[in-house]
Design a protein. Structure first.
Length: 190
């Protein structure tokens, strides 16, 4: 199982302006062979999905998956992801079968959540392709999203989250000039 890494030097802070820059860069990268829907993983991927979908003029759907058991910082990765089957069953019925999808989230900590959502979507709607995009990727993750903004080795505070407990040094993530990318193959449909 992949572990998240924390250098324990700071809590990174994502400024709202940099969040919008990253969301626009993700949308710009989806113009060729574009998805027909954006799937945001609740909670952290909701706002990202809304903005990317708006930029692409396609629908956004939210699925619920939870890896962290609390809101505390620097939690170890458990590898156990809880999928909200009741909500997700309704959300997935909105997605077209056999079409390309884009799955977005705020962070790829260990990759377990992205893997669980990909598996769920593959089983339920058999997409032609799933691409993944996140704002940040923890350096300890062996999962490579298709595109991401920042590699991090400390906890990240996102603009929509409550303020973290005091006593931790915080530092703004540097301005984003482009996205990192991988060429991860999506398994063919069977």
């Amino acid at each position: 199982m992949t572990k998240r890494v924390f250098d324990n030097r700071r809590i990174w802070r994502l400024a709202h302006r940099e969040f919008l820059t990253a969301a626009c860069l993700i949308a710009e990268g989806e113009t060729k062979d574009a998805p027909v829907a954006v799937v945001g993983i609740a909670r952290g991927g909701i706002r990202l999905a809304e903005i990317v979908a708006e930029q692409l003029s396609i629908p956004a759907t939210v699925v619920r998956a939870r890896h962290n058991v609390s809101e505390g910082i620097q939690q170890p990765a458990t590898g156990r992801v809880l999928l909200d089957d009741d909500h997700n069953g309704d959300a997935v019925t909105q997605l077209p079968h056999g079409a390309p999808l884009l799955v977005v989230d705020d962070i790829c900590g260990s990759g377990a959540t992205l893997r669980a959502v990909e598996d769920m979507l593959t089983a339920s709607v058999r997409p032609a392709r799933i691409r993944t995009a996140v704002l940040c990727r923890n350096e300890g993750s062996d999962f490579l999203p298709d595109r991401w903004g920042w590699d991090v080795a400390d906890w990240v505070h996102f603009p929509w989250e409550p303020e973290p407990e005091s006593g931790h040094l915080s530092e703004l993530l540097p301005p984003l000039t482009g996205l990192r990318s991988s060429s991860r193959p999506f398994p063919p449909r069977t």
